[in-house]
Design a protein around this ligand. Structure first.
Ligand code: AMP
Length: 189
């Protein structure tokens, strides 16, 4: 099964995606986590992308896409994955569709996780990530609204919207129920 999780920063995507991926039995692939691991590991890729992460700007598509092609090629991703942080705009979504269609393995479900702005801000300020400066937070939020939200329409009927407000377990249960219902209706598994 191939899934995406989309939502504004602070909606709890990373935490929920970890649990959801374990439940489904697929790897959780987070482009932000992959970049951060490269930065802390001091790799060439890490050096190339650090400035973008620091400012909250998007890393150039080619760099991100090359990294994903590598990741998709690892054996644990053969049967599926849960992608978190990608695509972030229509161009990336179209690229992804092309990649997956050529393999005959389209995205099955898109989980849209959302929460009101005050909850998002409170969670972001408490997670303490090095790229959570006020400027980077504002930049990412702006990009989310202008570039990422059009993906909701792009994925249309594949989207299941889940309320991200509540305890971690409660939100996770909502996501699983929504996916079960969607699979029962459309038979995507
Ligand atoms: P995230 O952990 O998803 O908040 O991502 C942190 C940062 O990684 C972003 O602010 C971007 O600089 C970079 N990044 C993550 N995913 C992408 C993507 N799909 N395209 C471009 N840059 C990305």
């Amino acid at each position: 099964m191939r899934l995406l999780i989309i939502g504004p920063q602070g909606a709890g995507k990373g935490t929920q995606a970890d649990r959801l991926a374990a439940w489904i039995g697929v790897p959780h692939i987070s482009t932000g986590d992959l970049f951060r691991a490269n930065i802390s590991g001091g790799t060439e890729l890490g050096k190339r992308v650090q400035q973008y992460l620091d400012s909250g700007a998007l890393v150039p598509d080619e760099v991100t896409q090359d990294m994903l092609v590598d990741r998709f090629g690892q054996s644990d991703a053969a049967a599926g994955f849960l992608l978190d942080g990608f695509p972030r705009n229509l161009g990336q979504a179209e690229w992804l569709e092309g990649e997956l269609d050529s393999e005959g393995t389209p995205i099955d479900v898109v989980v849209l996780l959302n929460a009101p702005d005050e909850v998002l801000m409170e969670r972001m300020l408490s997670r303490g990530r090095p790229d959570d400066t006020p400027e980077a937070i504002a930049r990412r939020l702006e990009i989310y609204h202008t570039e990422t939200t059009p993906l909701i329409e792009y994925y249309g009927a594949k989207v299941v919207a889940v309320d991200g407000v509540g305890e971690i377990d409660e939100v996770q249960a909502r996501i699983r129920t929504a996916i079960d219902e969607r699979v029962a209706e459309h038979g995507n598994a």
